[in-house]
Design a protein around this ligand. Structure first.
Ligand code: ATP
Length: 191
């Protein structure tokens, strides 16, 4: 499969935890298809605003999970507002930004589509469609597992959302089932 990245603008990675968003971006950097400063990730911004690297969601009672979720949402709110300011600055400078976040919720995608429109740059989606059992198996091997409950919830959201993506206003939507053998090139036309 081949992908043509835009010269400038926004590329949204879309996929549940463990679908391989960060791994794909890392391999693109290693192959010099993109440079590391073109990748903006929500995890990095969460750490930047909160110092919290990881929340262990596994084996929590409901009350505890609810209270953790409140804290996580407050951190995410601050993280995304700083992150969006950086993305907008990059769009104003006609730079390419690859957004490494799940982007499963339509409101998040709408916000980035609006930012791209406002700055007259293209916005593309790269959707990682990885089977749920693979996501769950990968979670067990992770240093910081996301937890089965969270992965299953994200998979439900993903299944619902992936049908709508093509109608949301992206200039192109690529759906990747196997990240191996992916050919990536870049539009060289700045217009
Ligand atoms: P998150 O949204 O939680 O940050 P992610 O979609 O960015 O997740 P990665 O961080 O890229 O996912 O990968 C999560 C785990 O899955 C890692 O342990 C990684 O090594 C493994 N993984 C990712 N892609 C593949 C792949 N194509 N084959 C095998 N393992 C993979």
């Amino acid at each position: 499969m081949s992908i043509v990245l835009p010269y400038a603008g926004i590329v949204l990675l879309v996929g549940p935890s463990n679908s391989g968003k960060s791994t794909l971006l890392k391999s693109m950097i290693e192959k010099e298809e993109i440079v590391s400063s073109e990748v903006i990730g929500s995890d990095d911004f969460r750490i930047m605003v909160s110092d919290i690297e990881f929340i262990d969601w596994r084996d929590r009672a409901k009350d505890e999970a609810d209270s953790l979720m409140d804290e996580y949402q407050a951190i995410s709110g601050e993280a995304f507002s700083v992150m969006d300011a950086v993305i907008e600055a990059r769009c104003r400078l006609n730079k390419l930004t690859m957004i490494d976040a799940t982007n499963l919720h339509p409101d998040d995608r709408k916000r980035y589509i609006a930012i791209a429109k406002k700055h007259h740059v293209p916005i593309q989606a790269i959707v990682l469609d990885t089977p749920e059992e693979v996501l769950l198996a990968r979670d067990e091997g992770r240093e910081h597992p996301r937890g089965k409950r969270r992965i299953r919830q994200q998979c439900q959201t993903f299944k619902r959302e992936k049908r709508n993506l093509k109608k949301e206003g992206f200039s192109s939507v690529y759906t990747i089932k196997e990240a191996e053998n992916l050919e990536v090139s870049r539009d060289t036309n700045p217009l």
